[in-house]
Design a binder for this molecule. Structure first.
Ligand SMILES: Nc1ncnc2c1ncn2[C@@H]1O[C@H](COP(=O)(O)OP(=O)(O)OP(=O)(O)O)[C@@H](O)[C@H]1O
Ligand SMILES: [Mg+2]
Length: 276
């Protein structure tokens, strides 16, 4: 066999417009997708805390589009709850933090059950979350995705052409920034607006001595945003209260004034961008 490079056949990029845009998802003013290139950078944490911040003055829902790893119910202290269906419509769960939520976790028998579904089934679940649940009347629906540029985000982008845009969550180290560019490229290919980039886990201020340590470096996301002409939404430092959120079920914006102040500024910026 002749020596040479192995060629991998790459399919053409997906068509930018949805083949079948949904007519059943309607009445939502602003639908925002929360994405990242890399896993574990804080998308779910960001989605929940942004939603609770916006939810103080607006009507906000969250769709947990991470079908295989749904974390949002735990972050909002409702992982033991179940959803109700009325007149064949799913009623998103009302949390005590002023936001409504729908998640695959509500349909599983317990927290340890693994969802082992191929893309087509995950697409179907997301379609039901969008179309069979009552979102009409919401000012914002925030959609929290699994990492990367997979089926879930593609499904939403194709079904909901009126999506306002994407917020990219990054951590400051090179690898995460490199992966973030792929998420930005995904948005561009699908003609989705990148509303902004947020730098999470950006430095740690020691509660004892006040010294700031840049554990994952800092500032990379702001530089990336400038380079690409995208809005920079702010830096969210590492806070122990944010880590505790998963154990307590109380979002850090409720538990910590410092975190609340930071998220309020980010939420104001997001609102300014999408409501102008
Ligand atoms: N600013 C922060 N300070 C401290 N811990 C944080 C911060 N942001 C996120 N975390 C923690 O990092 C971990 C990962 O966060 P999270 O689950 O929100 O990431 P994710 O991007 O949604 O992950 P996945 O890609 O698996 O969906 C969690 O334990 C969370 O508490
Ligand atoms: Mg997540």
């Amino acid at each position: 066999m002749a020596k040479g490079k192995i060629k991998i056949n790459t399919p053409p990029p997906p068509t930018p417009t949805a083949p079948q845009p949904s007519t059943k998802y309607s009445g939502v003013k602003h639908t925002i997708m929360i994405m990242s290139g890399k896993g574990g950078v804080g998308k779910s944490t960001f989605s929940v805390n942004l939603a609770v911040s916006l939810g103080k003055t607006r009507s906000v829902g969250i769709i947990d589009a991470d079908i295989n790893g749904p974390d949002d119910p735990m972050l909002l202290g409702v992982s033991k709850d179940k959803l109700h269906v009325e007149n064949n419509r799913i009623i998103p769960l009302k949390t005590k933090f002023g936001v409504d939520l729908i998640s695959m976790a509500f349909f599983l028998p317990d927290e340890n059950t693994a969802v082992i579904w191929r893309g087509a089934l995950r697409h179907k679940a997301i379609q039901q979350f969008l179309e069979d649940a009552t979102w009409s009347g919401k000012d914002y629906v925030i959609i929290d995705f699994p990492p990367g540029t997979g089926d879930e985000a593609l499904s939403v982008a194709q079904m909901i052409p009126e999506v306002e845009g994407v917020i990219i969550v990054v951590t400051p180290q090179e690898l995460a920034l490199l992966d973030a560019k792929k998420a930005i490229n995904f948005a561009e290919q699908l003609h989705l607006k990148v509303l902004g980039i947020v730098e999470n886990m950006s430095g740690f201020s020691c509660p004892h001595c006040g010294t700031v340590t840049d554990i994952f470096k800092t500032g990379g996301a702001e530089t990336l945003a400038k380079e690409l002409g995208i809005e920079f939404l702010g830096k969210i430092p590492i806070y122990p209260e944010i880590v505790q959120n998963a154990d307590t079920g109380v979002p850090a914006v409720v538990a910590s004034e410092d975190v609340r102040n930071i998220y309020e500024k980010v939420a104001e910026k997001v609102a300014r961008i999408v409501e102008k």
